[in-house]
Design a protein around this ligand. Sequence first.
Ligand SMILES: Nc1ncnc2c1ncn2[C@@H]1O[C@H](COP(=O)(O)OP(=O)(O)OP(=O)(O)O)[C@@H](O)[C@H]1O
Ligand SMILES: [Mg+2]
Length: 255
Amino acid sequence: MRVIASYSMKGGVGKTATSVNLAYWAAKSGSKTLLIDLDSQGASSYYFRVRPSTKKWAKRFFKAYENLVTHIKASDFENLDVIPAHLSFRNFDSLLAGFKKRKNRLRRVLKGFDKEYDLVVLDCPPSISHLSESIFIASDVVLVPVIPTTLSERTFEQLMIFFKENDYPQNKIVPFFSMVQNQKSLHKETMRAMSARYKIFLKTAIPYSSDIEKMGIHKAPVDVFAKSKQANHAYRQLWEEVSKIECMAIRNLNS
Ligand SMILES: Nc1ncnc2c1ncn2[C@@H]1O[C@H](COP(=O)(O)OP(=O)(O)OP(=O)(O)O)[C@@H](O)[C@H]1O
Ligand SMILES: [Mg+2]
């Protein structure tokens, strides 16, 4: 089982849109996928109509794990389950804070899903907190949407420094450009400079697109209502690229 976090300390950069579409494409390509909405505002679960899951394997060991398991919902899509942000997640951060070895706790909790799922996608809230540190430890890949502006460049640099200072493996960090407007020279110039400086950016960029905004109206991933649009192809390509890099990251971590 792999764990991918869609993470940025910045708000409104496309973390939720990425989680939803990536989880959708992963499931469609045959991976048993669990999307966990860790944002207490519950955005990613909003995009899927969820119904009670038929899973009967609930209630094992940890309380936090049990708490998660009992909230698993089936989506309308094969291979894709969702844990919606539940009110109790508001306390998830303080729950983690209350334990010794708290930073490993999410990782241990997620291990419980190992037999049922090939992939867990975490839709993260925009902050650096106990929860985000647990996320960095629990994840194989920390996928970071970066809007190509000067401010985002600084935020990304801060994340790299945070990983280095706290001895988290920097090779988990996988950035890509998000909400790209090619007609803006600032975007083009920032993308050129950042790609040259950090060789780790994915090739796929997600364009700024009204089709992605419309996810809120349709309450669905882009493929459901804008199949032939560029934004949809971009998310599909993003998944294809991530699924390959993910394997590389695992190999690196194990070697
Ligand atoms: N590529 C895009 N083009 C146009 N609009 C987008 C794009 N990606 C996301 N949006 C829109 O921008 C808003 C913020 O996106 P999203 O919720 O995915 O960001 P987020 O990083 O999860 O935000 P938060 O930090 O609040 O959780 C939403 O209204 C979404 O529909
Ligand atoms: Mg979000």
